[in-house]
Design a protein around this ligand. Structure first.
Ligand code: AKG
Length: 271
């Protein structure tokens, strides 16, 4: 376990070209970020949580489009010491900070996104529409726990869409898929298979989706959302942001430093 813990905290050699790509395109897909041995114990633990919390899920055909996209379980780090070690690892946090150009990052929350075999597509959306955070220094690490070939529905990104202001008020669903497929049609779409250990990072304002899972195996993915260590709470713009504020930054209000007990510092070059 020591070698594993070491990798989670050890610096990844992030190329300047990857930082430039993230800032230009709104995302970057990095190879070989975590080894298979590192991922294995966390995969088992995360899968156990997803299994426990989703036994009550309705059959796929009875769910909404969004419900068919994936089973999701949030903030597993609060309940599992093992997952806490994974989510608070400095390696991913440092990559996130270096990509955004911040001195450090805190956790906003984590989320397992398991697209079942036969599961549907994930509609176009941005993540930051849900987050009451000032500015644009938010980032999602998309971490496959199994290899994800195209047929299993890897992340698709609209390249450069973090600069588009249109559609930022659309929450995920049939409407966002319909409107954004049209709006984003002139931008290239990036879709690439993920080898085990690859991790991609996308900005909170980058539009993304995923295809359906055409295999009979679950696409197991963990995500960690990081924000600037100095991020400030924004006034909620919609009901989703209001509930996010209460759930992910309890006790904080607009204008406060986004540093509740649920937003630990993961990496800082200041300390
Ligand atoms: O995994 C997916 O299907 C979508 C991922 C996503 O929306 C995200 O990581 O923000």
């Amino acid at each position: 376990m020591d070698a594993v813990a070491n990798e989670l905290d050890h610096r990844y050699d992030l190329a300047d070209a990857s930082i430039a790509a993230y800032r230009r395109d709104g995302f970057v897909h990095l190879p070989g970020v975590l080894g298979a041995d590192t991922l294995a114990p966390y995969r088992r633990e995360i899968t156990r949580f997803v299994g426990e919390s989703t036994q009550k899920a309705e059959p796929l055909e009875q769910r909404t489009t969004y419900g068919k996209a994936f089973l999701q379980v949030s903030n597993i780090w609060e309940s599992s010491a093992l997952v806490k070690e994974f989510v608070l690892g400095r390696r991913l946090g440092r990559i996130a900070a270096e990509l955004m150009g911040t001195t450090g990052v805190r956790i906003y929350h984590d989320q397992a996104l398991y697209k079942e075999g036969g599961g549907g597509f994930t509609p176009w959306h941005t993540d930051q529409v849900y987050w009451p955070i000032v500015g644009n220094h938010t980032i999602t690490a998309w971490i496959p726990l199994v290899p994800v070939p195209i047929e299993m529905g890897p992340l698709q990104v609209s390249v450069g869409s973090h600069r588009c202001a249109f559609g930022r008020d659309l929450t995920i669903g049939d409407e966002s898929e319909r409107v954004l497929a049209r709006t984003l049609k002139d931008l290239p779409i990036h879709e690439r298979a993920f080898a085990l250990g690859d991790v991609s990072f996308h900005s909170g304002w980058t539009f993304h989706r995923a295809g359906p899972n055409r295999s009979d195996t679950t696409r197991e993915v963990m995500t960690i959302i990081f924000m600037d260590e100095d991020a400030v709470v924004a006034a909620p713009k919609n009901g989703a942001q209001q509930s996010d504020l209460q759930r992910w930054m309890p006790g904080r209000k607009p204008g406060d430093h986004a540093a509740s007990a649920l937003n630990p510092l993961v990496y800082s070059s200041r300390s």
